[in-house]
Design a protein around this ligand. Structure first.
Ligand SMILES: *Cc1c(COP(=O)(O)O)cnc(C)c1O
Length: 416
């Protein structure tokens, strides 16, 4: 694999896809091709990362064969248990996983590690405190929020009455507008968290507004969870009633979701995950999540996240030096948005042109975008995956200059 943490484990994936190929030439070949694409391309997608070989192995283990609907016994009152026998070891594993995650975030919040993804976690989190038709105040998709924060094409926008706070003229969350909308709409839940927002989020200020208007306060830390774990972003623990996350972004774990909540909401959250939203938990992924929690407590991980942030500042700085517009004018975390609205080509055009030269990123709407969502006027870049592959500041500056060459070519092409 990559020279991740200074060691070469190139045998792991090669052995695995060779093994699959012998059984299924078609699937094995596609895994191999994707593996090679991932190794050769420069990956700038802010929501992706490369987990460790141990996590991959746990996720491909015999735990995938085990049914364990329910929760380990004695989780709350002693009444809960699994609906299947043979759960001795997976019970211990799930409890261990929960304990490790509480250690990662230095918290005594209740934690549910069963959600299959970030969207599933949000689905269950809303259900635990809201009724259909209740009002959620969140950040809209076009300002940097997530699909599951009230987009009209998503369950959230269909089941709930979703209203949105705005960003100011610099692209930063407008806390005055949050207050104004809370007063105007009296939401049942206020949601903070985003998929394309490059600045620190003031959880304390959000929680005060939620308290003033009697709303639940929820944080979706899917993108910044790794930064929070490493102390590079202020924590929502202590402020939020419910916190959801993914484990595969900056946390660098398996693909999955989790929910943390204040103890008084534990039963509601658990029953919203199972039996309401899901059936059997993915015990192999829960094993991966447990290893991810162990890794997130190491000094190496803290150093990694620090480098992610340092790299992001350098990457952003190089774009600013080259004359680009960046939403909010900079970054405090692992991600930023390049605003291309002054160019004749769209975010989609740049995404496609970069794909051809082995640079992977995604088009993204910028605040006030005039182009449709399938085109957009921006691109989103993040430094988490390439930092795992050993990139330092100068590597990112060089990448910015390579992207700039492609932009200049497109400028010429679209001027004709
Ligand atoms: C990525 C993301 C999610 C959803 O994660 P999936 O695992 O893709 O469902 C939810 N919320 C935010 C803020 C995200 O960035």
């Amino acid at each position: 694999m990559f020279d991740r943490n200074g060691k070469d484990d190139s045998s792991y994936n090669v052995d695995n896809y060779t093994f699959v190929k012998e059984h299924s030439p078609k699937v094995g070949e596609l895994i191999q091709k994707e593996y090679e694409r991932q190794q050769h391309n420069i990956e700038l997608i802010a929501s992706e990362n490369y987990c460790s070989e141990a996590i991959l192995a746990a996720c491909g283990s015999c735990l995938s064969w085990k049914y364990a609907e329910g929760y380990p016994t004695n989780r709350h009152s002693g009444n809960e248990s699994r609906y299947y026998g043979g759960t001795k070891y997976v019970d211990e594993l799930e409890e261990y996983c929960c304990d490790e995650w509480r250690k990662v975030f230095h918290t005594d919040y209740h934690v549910n590690v069963q959600p299959h993804s970030g969207s599933q976690a949000n689905f269950a989190a809303y259900k635990s405190v809201l009724k259909p038709g209740d009002t959620i105040l969140a950040m809209s998709l076009d300002n940097g929020g997530h699909l599951s924060h009230g987009s009209s094409v998503n369950f959230s926008g269909k089941l709930y009455n979703c209203v949105f706070y705005d960003v100011d003229e610099n692209g930063r969350i407008d806390m005055e507008d949050v207050k104004k909308k809370a007063r105007q709409y009296r939401p049942n839940l206020i949601l903070a968290g985003a998929s394309a927002y490059s600045r620190i989020i003031d959880f304390k200020a959000f929680s005060e507004i939620a308290k003033e208007y009697g709303a639940y306060f929820m944080v979706d830390m899917a993108h910044i969870a790794g930064l929070i774990a490493a102390g590079e972003h202020p924590t929502p623990f202590g402020y939020a009633d419910i916190i959801t996350t993914t484990t595969h972004k900056t946390l660098r774990g398996p693909r999955g979701g989790m929910i943390f909540c204040k103890k008084e909401l534990a039963k509601k959250v658990d029953s919203a995950v199972f039996p309401y939203a899901q059936g059997g938990p993915l015990m192999h992924i829960i094993a991966g999540k447990a290893i991810c929690a162990e890794e997130a407590q190491t000094p190496e991980y803290k150093a990694y996240i620090h480098q992610v942030v340092v790299n992001c500042k350098a990457f952003c700085d190089e774009f600013l030096k080259l004359g680009y517009k960046v939403v909010t004018g900079g970054t405090d975390n692992h991600v930023f948005l390049i605003d291309l609205s002054d160019h004749k080509f769209s975010g989609k055009d740049l995404q496609d042109a970069l794909d051809e030269v082995g640079i992977t990123l995604n088009k993204n709407a910028v605040p006030g975008d005039k182009r449709p969502p399938k085109k957009t006027s921006g691109v989103r870049v993040g430094t988490a995956p390439m930092t795992t592959r050993g990139f330092k500041e100068e590597d990112f500056r060089k990448t910015a200059r390579r992207i700039d060459e492609v932009v200049r070519r497109l400028d010429k092409e679209f001027a004709e």
